[in-house]
Design a protein around this ligand. Structure first.
Ligand SMILES: [Zn+2]
Length: 159
């Protein structure tokens, strides 16, 4: 009896120890999936924003003269603008062009499938009901009755 309990305790301990190894890999951190250059740009942007805030603080506390502040801010804003532009460009490239193509191809295929399916849906019940096929005279275009061999309007022979 005790041997069985000891065996199960041993088994339980083994499972607890080995469990982490059987766990699926930890999900990828979202940041790992992001372009590292883009992350660097985000960091640079934040640094520039911080520098702009600090320059404003230095102006307010008198550490910077208004002229120096103006010069610094102009430079920082120009740098920030170019960083923001680079971020926009990289973010636009996040979706690979071939994905866009695949998505468009799927949309086109779906559209084709829908238009192709519609006539089948419409004609299927009529055919199933055995509705007589409407015929028209090849000469004058008059509507023919099902058993007509000659056009009732122009007298042309019809099949
Ligand atoms: Zn006719």
């Amino acid at each position: 009896m005790w041997i069985i309990i000891a065996f199960f305790l041993f088994l339980l301990a083994g499972i607890i120890i080995l469990l982490p190894f059987f766990r699926p890999f930890a999900p990828v951190e979202p940041d790992d999936a992001v372009d590292p250059k883009l992350l660097a740009l985000y960091t640079r942007r934040d640094q520039l924003y911080q520098a702009i805030r600090e320059a404003k603080f230095d102006l307010d506390t008198g550490k910077l003269s208004p002229e120096d502040y103006e010069r610094q801010i102009t430079r920082l804003k120009r740098q920030a603008a170019s960083v923001l532009k680079a971020i926009d460009k990289r973010e636009a490239n996040l979706v690979p062009p071939e994905w866009n193509e695949q998505i468009e191809e799927q949309v086109r295929a779906e559209r084709r499938g829908r238009t192709a399916a519609r006539p089948v849906m419409v004609t299927a019940p009529a055919a199933a009901a055995g509705a007589p096929q409407v015929r028209y005279c090849p000469q004058c275009g008059a509507r023919l009755k099902p058993g007509d061999r000659f056009c009732p309007a122009c007298g042309a022979r019809v099949h």
